[in-house]
Structures are given as C-alpha cells and as structure tokens.
Ligand binder design. Structure first.
Ligand SMILES: *Cc1c(COP(=O)(O)O)cnc(C)c1O
Length: 379
C-alpha cells in the first residue's frame, strides 16, 4: 500500500531512541512490577486530565470493568442496575458492563456525530438507569448539554470511555470536574492499545477520577484485592500496569499535543479536498479541541464495499470501525434488551475509516482525496 491505513512501526520510529532508552532504564532498574515508572505516568495522566487521581491498569477494557466493579463494591451500583451505553461503540464498552454483573441499556447514535443520541434516552430508560457511559467515539467528545442535564437531574454516575479520545476537550458550560476527557465524568477509562492516539508497545490502560475512595478501590481490585501485603479484602484480579509500558507511554505522552494537532490538520485537509457527492464527511467541530480524530470516518452508504475495493486497488488502506455492531455479535444474541438500533446498523453498513494518523502527510491526504473524488460508482 502506498498509503497504509496505519503503520505502527512508522508511528513509533521518530521516538525510537527515546523508547529504547526508557526500556533500558526499566531493564536496569531491577523493578518490574509497579515502581516509579508507573507512578510517574499516573502523575502525568492526572495532570493531563486535571484529576486528583490516575490509576494505571493493564488495558482499556480492564479500566472500564474495574470502575464498574469498584462502584459495585462500594455499594454505589448494585448487581442488575442499568448502565446506559451507546449501541454504536467498540464491544469493550458493553463487555465491561456485563462482566461487572450490570445491565446494558443501549441507546442509538446521532447520525451527525455518530455518538450516543441524548434525544433517544426515554423516561423509561432513565427509570432503569443508575449510570451512563459516554464513549467519545473516533475522538469526538460525546458529552453535551442534553446528557449533562439528564445525568444531573437523574443522579446518574457518569463513566467516560475515553479510549479513543485522549486530550479531547468538551466546551459545554457547567462541568465541575473539568473539561478534558478523563475529568468530565465521575471516572474515566483510557486505553493505550497500540493503535490509539497515544499507543503503548503492547497493552496498557488507565483510570482517572477525583474520587479518592474509588481510586483506592480500583487499585486494590487490580492488585489481587490486596490493600496491603498478604492481606486480601476482595477476591480481586491482576490488572496492573506493566512498568515497561508505563515508560513507553510516558515518552509518547510528551508529544500528545503535536500528535493530536497533526490529526486535526489531516481532518481539515480531508474536509477541504474531499468533494465526492456520494460521500458524507464527518463535520469539523466549531471548537477544534472537541475532537482528536482517532479515526476519520466517512459515510459512503451502499457504495462502501466498492469504494474500499477501489481504494485498495489504488494503494489506499482503509478500515471499518466497526463492521458489526456489538449487539449483533453472537455473545449478545440472548441479551434481554432491544436490538433495534437503525442508525447504528445503517452506519455499520456504510462507514469507512481513512488514513488519519500523524504519519500520513497533508500531501498524502490531498492525493487520497484526488483518488476518492475520481471514484465512479458501480451500478
Ligand atoms: C480500544 C477501546 C477499548 C478497549 O481498550 P483495550 O486497551 O483494547 O482493552 C474500549 N473502548 C473503546 C471505545 C476502545 O476504542
């Protein structure tokens, strides 16, 4: 592929010397679980988000699951309580809810933002819900005035899935905790899966919160349920953050502003040069900080598969996020909730993700736009 969708080796190349130096530092330290690498990344993430606490964990799925399980331990959620989630998300959002013994209440997407549609949350849903999990899908902040008002007046716990949106910023007024993803809700989960805007050299995740009790409970649950050595208050798990990954992420975090800005520039370049009449482009938010462009997702309706073949034939790598909505996965076939989400289904059939990473240059993007604009639909 002349224009690969995402070349992870290339992404890490500019920082290779710093990454190697950090890896060597961990190897020489003799400390391979916990320690100062983990503590440093936690402090840096808390600072980035403006939260009091950050707890390093093994991956993004564990980050969401631990938040929910900690709320259950603390009695702030009970088994069987409903958690509002977007129907249009990566499956991890839902797996965490089911794994914590809670009930999924899916809500359809707003076709304009592709994020959860607050207008689709009925009074009946609110009667059954104790928490809401906004997912900042593709890097666009999902939180808005409708959801904020709803969460306040119904006393909902707000748990952000910020896996795709590190460094994004909500511009709505009245957010007490802060405006950066990670501080918008009561707790937030991050993933450093290698393809994310800030990706580790393996698996890693983080929880951020201003809630001291929650942070302490998550730390305990993630470390065998042990609050001090050989003293286990919970039947916990091992979900600790690997210090070598913490060291890798801390190197990459130094470049977060440049990385997110390059992605914004790429989105702006697509927006300017992509003119094919059959393609719907994602809208650029009024305030650019709203979006960190983890993915640039266009909608090509029934031309999607032909367009992808055409692009592959012209050296442009693409992907689909996600081809099968989580509720259509076999594991959720018997779930007792509505499976009827027309916007989510329509999106899944018509979306294509184009190359957007910082390693795709504006010139590459202009060329990709030229190729797309020359696409002739098959009848
Ligand atoms: C990547 C991702 C996760 C899970 O993160 P992992 O680190 O892969 O476990 C959760 N939610 C969303 C929206 C994601 O994109």
């Amino acid at each position: 592929m002349k224009y690969p969708f995402l070349d992870l080796g290339l992404i890490n190349k500019p920082m290779e010397d710093e990454l190697k130096e950090a890896a060597c530092r961990v190897i020489s330290s003799g400390r391979y679980i916990g320690g100062e690498e983990v503590t440093r990344l936690e402090a840096d993430m808390a600072q980035l988000c403006g939260t009091d606490y950050a707890v390093g964990v093994s991956n993004g799925l564990d980050a969401i699951t631990l938040i929910l399980k900690a709320y259950v331990r603390l009695g702030r959620l009970q088994h069987g309580d409903g958690v509002i989630v977007p129907a249009n998300t990566y499956i991890a959002t839902m797996l965490a809810v089911t794994d914590a013994g809670l009930n999924i209440i899916p809500v359809d997407a707003d076709p304009r933002t592709m994020n959860i549609d607050g207008r689709a949350i009925s009074d009946d849903i609110l009667r059954h819900a104790k928490a809401i999990m906004p997912v900042h899908l593709y890097g666009r902040t999902a939180w808005n005035e409708i959801l904020h008002e709803m969460a306040l007046s119904n006393d909902l716990l707000v748990i952000e899935d910020s896996a795709q949106a590190i460094g994004a910023h909500s511009t709505i007024p009245g957010l007490e905790g802060g405006h950066v993803t990670g501080a918008i809700g009561h707790a937030s989960a991050f993933s450093f899966y290698p393809t994310k805007n800030i990706g580790a050299i393996g698996d890693a995740g983080m929880v951020t919160t201003n809630d001291a009790e929650l942070a302490r409970t998550i730390r305990t649950l993630a470390n065998y349920g042990s609050d001090r050595r050989y003293h286990n208050i919970y039947c916990g798990n091992n979900c600790r953050l690997d210090p070598i990954q913490a060291a890798m992420i801390d190197v990459k975090l130094r470049y977060i502003d440049a990385i997110n800005q390059r992605r914004r520039e790429n989105a702006a370049t697509y927006d300017r040069y992509l003119t094919h009449p059959l393609i719907i482009k994602p809208f650029i938010p009024e305030d650019e900080r709203d979006h960190v462009w983890h993915q640039y997702v266009i909608y090509a309706d029934r031309h999607r598969d032909n367009l992808r073949d055409y692009l592959a034939g012209n050296g442009v790598g693409t992907d689909i996020h996600y081809a099968v909505p989580p509720l259509h996965q076999p594991c959720y076939a018997s779930l007792e909730c509505s499976h009827d989400f027309p916007v989510t289904d329509r999106l899944a059939d018509g979306i294509v993700s184009l190359p957007i990473s910082e390693m795709t240059s504006p010139e590459d993007i202009k060329e990709i736009c030229r190729i797309i604009n020359s696409y002739e639909p098959q009848s």
